[in-house]
Design a protein around this ligand. Structure first.
Ligand code: BG6
Ligand code: MG
Length: 214
């Protein structure tokens, strides 16, 4: 029986995936590295440094670890400029409706995000109030597709993985959920992924998947 839902943040609850794209695009352009939405989709769910390594794999240029650190923090500065302008109105009606309904049904809700910026995003959008637990880039040592972030979220909720659903927009996130023994729900890009168990078009649709329908 499902008792908890673990949500990825960027690209699932909020459109911050666009801000990640714009910030990385600025860095890639600066170094003349080809970067488009297709490459960007490979970065979904992946940590900041791993994302940079994927972007750099499209270039012949060689960068030292110190140079890469500078590029990653520059990207993060640009990204945080977008985040700082976010407000509660950035949360869609669909997202609010689904979260309210799930809470009203007595389900425990958690965040399972690779992002170290999760606390800032939750604060700016006033979303922390929806969640019983937060597991994010600040409490993990292995990024998705490793299941660590979701296993910790389930643990914080005092639930077993088989009692939880993972909602993801990233293939790496679906892989992480599957590896951890969770039922996976895919939205956006992950809705087309063959390993996704339950594809949905929007979060309201989550309320009607067989495991959650009343
Ligand atoms: C994930 C995003 O949620 O967080 C990735 O999908 C991102 O694209 C990762 O790289 C890490 O985010 P941050 O905010 O710690 O740089
Ligand atoms: Mg995501």
């Amino acid at each position: 029986m499902i008792k908890g839902i673990i949500f990825d943040l960027d690209g699932v609850l909020l459109f911050t995936d666009k801000y990640h794209y714009m910030a990385w695009k600025a860095i890639a352009d600066k170094f003349n590295i080809p970067f488009d939405e297709k490459v960007n989709n490979r970065l979904r769910g992946v940590s900041r440094m791993e994302s940079l390594n994927i972007i750099l794999s499209y270039s012949d240029q060689k960068f030292s670890e110190a140079e890469k650190e500078v590029m990653a923090s520059e990207k993060n500065e640009l990204y945080r400029e977008y985040l700082k302008k976010m407000t509660p109105s950035d949360v869609s009606d669909d997202t609010r409706y689904a979260l309210d309904k799930l809470r009203a049904r007595g389900l425990k809700l958690a965040i399972g995000s690779s992002s170290k910026n999760t606390p800032l995003i939750l604060e700016k959008t006033d979303m922390a109030k929806y969640f019983h637990a937060v597991s994010d880039g600040n409490n993990i040592s292995r990024g998705k597709p490793d299941p660590e972030v979701f296993l910790k979220a389930a643990d914080y909720l005092n639930l077993q993985p088989c009692e939880c659903i993972v909602v993801e927009d990233a293939e790496s996130g679906i892989d992480a959920g599957t590896a951890g023994g969770f039922l996976t729900v895919g939205i956006g890009c992950a809705a087309q992924y063959e390993k996704t168990k339950r594809p949905i078009k929007n979060l309201t649709e989550l309320l009607t998947i067989p495991e959650l329908s009343e």
